[in-house]
Design a protein around this ligand. Structure first.
Ligand SMILES: NC(=O)C1=CN([C@@H]2O[C@H](COP(=O)(O)OP(=O)(O)OC[C@H]3O[C@@H](n4cnc5c(N)ncnc54)[C@H](O)[C@@H]3O)[C@@H](O)[C@H]2O)C=CC1
Ligand SMILES: CC(=O)C(=O)O
Ligand SMILES: [Mg+2]
Length: 487
């Protein structure tokens, strides 16, 4: 599986060089022959016989770094000390930190932020627990919780290896919506233990974002937590993905002039994302959806030994099609991939209906490379940031959480998800809509505000908002909105 990006990268190779045995010219030639473009050389240590140099090298594909290191390291008198790239360097020590809002400059400050002053605040919350929302970080803090069981499309790589993704999500929450998010990677994949643990930490948070927890456990975990907690619990891979996929598809269909109700839609990957995307499409009016997982097409009347797949089989595939992806893709108007890399082949795409739409959303490597599909499809989208039309849940979760925290929603309803999808779709104006632009960029400054506004309005309509509407101010984004009178 290739983890490479399309944009190239820069690597730094630290070499210990015996200057009596090899010249810099020989090293440069070896690196160049292996496909590297040297852009800088720095000496980090030198004596009469030995120098240590950092060679900064541009490469098209990060996987080339191994070839380059091997080429340099095989020269006599060269030892590769270390190899790193920009991506690894920016992960050094992690990507986020905790910061205080108020400096502690003297004993007076100390006595307010901590004991004895803090005691009065504790007792105020003890007397009225709803004050936790105004007097603690709960108001603006979300937990990003994973068990590491379905990390991107990398599979069950465990909680430690999941951490960089969860830190990344926390950065996105903060940068795009001002939400303070804490990555929490659990060392258990037991459903009951996950539920117990999240319930136990819930008092700290205003909302819970479940991330990269594999299906079918994710369904039970989310359902139980939603029932048992009084704060929103949102499984991003289900609902964030579904919201953004629907937004993209509504715009893509507008562009190609097809109606959702009349489209044949084929899904690859009937897991967390696939099931939630299917549910939102059915709610939006889709009729002919066919799901394919590793074993083939899900068909009515088959017992899959799993509630979520049995539900899927009875609610999709109205024409009882059978076989595998290659069979059912014929004549399909839309392909939605939330499975894994390379599942969709060029010959499959060629057999889709005219003006085909392909959303190959597996991360980091899509179901088909856009270059391979582009001649045969009208609209192509992936989950990645290095191609046009990025269908990624990052377009939803920052605004969704901003919204639920601001109106202090108790849960996320279907109405709120549909409202978020329509809000995202509406950002692309009719005059702007084209094959390369069906969905706004995550950097579009309107995305978070539109999603937030739509979510808040739908939360009040759904009766789940617990804050008076007039209390919600623009300043919530910077977390200075509430005033609180000393009891
Ligand atoms: N672009 C986006 O915003 C998002 C993309 N995704 C991607 O979707 C994929 C699935 O994620 P989840 O649903 O959370 O995982 P999951 O583990 O809940 O479900 C994955 C499903 O895909 C199936 N699958 C895997 N390889 C397959 C193959 N070769 N052919 C057919 N089915 C296959 C599995 O059997 C499973 O049912 C991942 O690659 C993930 O990165 C997930 C969430 C958001
Ligand atoms: C984007 C995302 O959440 C995923 O690929 O799992
Ligand atoms: Mg995810």
């Amino acid at each position: 599986m290739s983890l490479s990006g399309g944009a190239g990268t820069t690597i730094i190779i630290r070499l210990e060089i015996d200057t009596k045995k090899v010249t810099l010219g020989q090293i440069a030639t070896a690196i160049g022959d292996a496909g590297g473009d040297i852009v800088a050389i720095d000496v980090t240590r030198a004596n009469r016989q030995m120098t240590v140099r950092d060679m900064t090298v541009n490469v098209i594909d990060p996987l080339q770094s191994d070839l380059i290191a091997k080429a340099a390291g095989s020269l006599p008198g060269v030892r590769v000390v270390n190899i790193s790239d920009q991506t690894f360097l920016l992960h050094l020590g992690g990507k986020i930190e905790m910061a205080s809002k108020i400096p502690i400059r003297n004993r007076d400050d100390l006595s307010r932020v901590y004991t004895p002053g803090v005691a009065r605040v504790c007792m105020a919350i003890h007397e009225d627990p709803s004050r936790a929302h105004t007097l603690t970080v709960k108001r603006n803090m979300a937990a990003v919780v994973t068990d590491g069981s379905a990390v991107l499309g990398l599979g069950n790589i465990g909680p430690l290896a999941a951490m960089p993704v969860m830190e990344g999500k926390a950065m996105l929450f903060k940068q795009f919506a001002g939400v303070d998010a804490v990555p929490i990677c659990l060392d258990t994949q037991d459903t009951e233990e996950i539920i117990r643990t999240i319930k136990a930490i819930a008092p700290t948070f205003g909302a819970i974002n479940l991330e990269d927890i594999s299906s079918p456990r994710c369904f039970e975990i989310e359902r139980r937590l939603t029932e048992e907690l009084d704060i929103p619990v949102f499984h991003d891979d289900q609902h964030g993905t579904a919201v953004v996929m629907l937004a993209g598809l509504l715009n893509a269909l507008k562009l190609v002039g097809k109606r959702l109700e009349e489209c044949k839609i084929v899904f690859s990957g009937i897991g967390a994302a696939g099931i939630a995307c299917t549910k939102i499409l059915l709610a939006a009016g889709a009729v002919n959806i066919i799901g394919v997982d590793r074993f083939g097409v899900l068909t009515r009347g088959t017992d899959y030994g799993q509630e979520s797949w049995n539900w899927y089989a009875s609610n999709t595939n109205p024409n009882d099609e059978t076989g595998g992806l290659t069979n059912v893709i014929a004549g399909a108007d839309v392909f939605i991939g939330v499975s894994g890399p390379g599942v969709l082949k060029k010959h499959d795409v060629q057999r889709m209906a005219k003006d085909a739409i392909v959303f190959a959303m597996a991360n980091p490597s899509p179901e088909i490379d856009p270059e391979e599909a582009e001649d045969y499809v009208r609209v192509m989208a992936t989950g990645r940031s290095d191609y046009p039309n990025q269908i990624n849940n990052v377009l939803c979760f920052p605004g969704m959480f901003r919204g639920v925290l601001d109106c202090r929603a108790s849960r996320v309803t279907e109405k709120m998800k549909l409202a978020a999808a329509r809000a995202i779709a509406s950002i692309v104006g009719d005059e702007e809509l084209n094959e390369q632009y069906i969905i706004p960029s995550v950097f579009n400054p309107h995305v978070v505000d539109r999603v937030k506004e739509a979510v808040i309005a739908a939360a009040y309509d759904s009766g789940v908002a617990r804050r008076r509407r007039t209390e919600i101010t623009q300043t919530d984004k910077t977390d200075k909105g509430d005033t609180y009178l000393v009891p």
